[in-house]
Design a protein around this ligand. Structure first.
Ligand code: NAP
Length: 263
């Protein structure tokens, strides 16, 4: 794969991912499924990971070159097995998109610590372990690498009326972990950034946020632009972080939020 042409006339070409191998966790629904279609559309080979393998296989069948891998990211061997599956199939790994996530709504005083711990396992510890396993491969093979962590506006501000203590703790931790790993690995050719959306309709939030009057009011009045995000409105940001278009970008939290955190 030739290095991207750096002439101004070829600026758009640097967003392409031809021949790159991209691992996406949580690719069985929502943002992860969309991201898989987006990176495949600019030439990537895609490794799709989640627990619902039937959905991954159906998606893989629609893409030019994709591998479905059943994976619980919070299981002890889940992260290493996923990195191994990507390298076994394609002989390389270029981009890790740490997208799998869960969210529980519970007032803190009513929370139970097992639930809180599990949320940290999936939303914070698993992305850390996946990034570490991928970075070990990149460093051992003298290969450049990119990590994109799915953060959230709730990594920067509270959930307000939402009551999401585990989620805010995990995403806040993931944002600062992004900065820490970016600095540790900057001279090893590994970039680490976070994509931090506000409200996009997916299985995670559809019923509560987009199909109740109170949810819609929460999103629409709280967002300076007056609405939640449309599915395509993360595509450009994702490609900037994942591709050579963002080659001087690391340790950044890219908020895509219609102004939510600018208030
Ligand atoms: N939608 C939003 O408004 C929004 C805003 C900010 C941030 N985010 C973040 O975006 C990411 C994607 O969320 P989404 O909105 O697309 O929700 P979603 O449709 O519910 O997708 C979550 C994905 O995570 C996977 N997952 C959950 N637990 C897993 C585990 N233990 N092992 C492997 N995969 C697991 C699920 O797959 P399986 O069930 O098949 O395993 C599913 O594919 C999350 O990190 C979320 O926090 C979303």
């Amino acid at each position: 794969m030739a290095p991207p042409d750096s002439t101004p006339e070829h600026a758009l070409d640097r967003f392409r991912l031809d021949g790159r191998v991209v691992v996406i966790t949580g690719a069985s629904s929502g943002l992860g499924e969309r991201f898989a279609r987006v990176v495949a559309g600019v030439g990537a080979k895609v490794v799709l990971a989640a627990r619902r393998v039937d959905r991954l296989e159906a998606l893989a069948a629609e893409l030019p070159d994709a591998l479905a891998v059943g994976c619980d990211v919070a299981a002890p061997d889940g992260p290493q097995n996923l990195v191994d599956a990507a390298v076994d199939r394609y002989g390389r790994l270029d981009v890790l998109i740490n997208n799998a996530g869960i969210s529980r709504v519970v007032p803190a005083v009513d929370d139970d610590l097992d639930g809180f711990r599990h949320e940290l396992e999936v939303d914070l510890i698993a992305p850390y372990e996946l990034a570490r396993r991928a970075a070990r491969w990149w460093i051992d093979n003298d290969h450049p690498g990119v990590v994109v962590n799915l953060g959230s506006i709730l990594g920067e501000v509270s959930g307000g009326k939402m009551r999401v203590p585990g989620y805010t703790a995990a995403k806040g931790g993931l944002h600062n972990l992004t900065r820490e790993l970016a600095v540790q690995w900057a001279r090893k050719g590994i970039r680490v950034n976070a994509l931090a959306p506000a409200w996009f309709e997916t299985e995670m939030n559809s019923d509560d946020m987009f199909h109740t009057d109170s949810g819609r009011a929460f999103v629409d009045t709280g967002t300076p632009m007056g609405r939640g995000g449309a599915a395509h409105e993360l595509d450009g940001a994702l490609l900037l972080l994942a591709s050579d278009a963002g080659s001087y970008l690391t340790g950044h939290i890219l908020l895509i939020d219609g102004g939510w955190t600018a208030l």
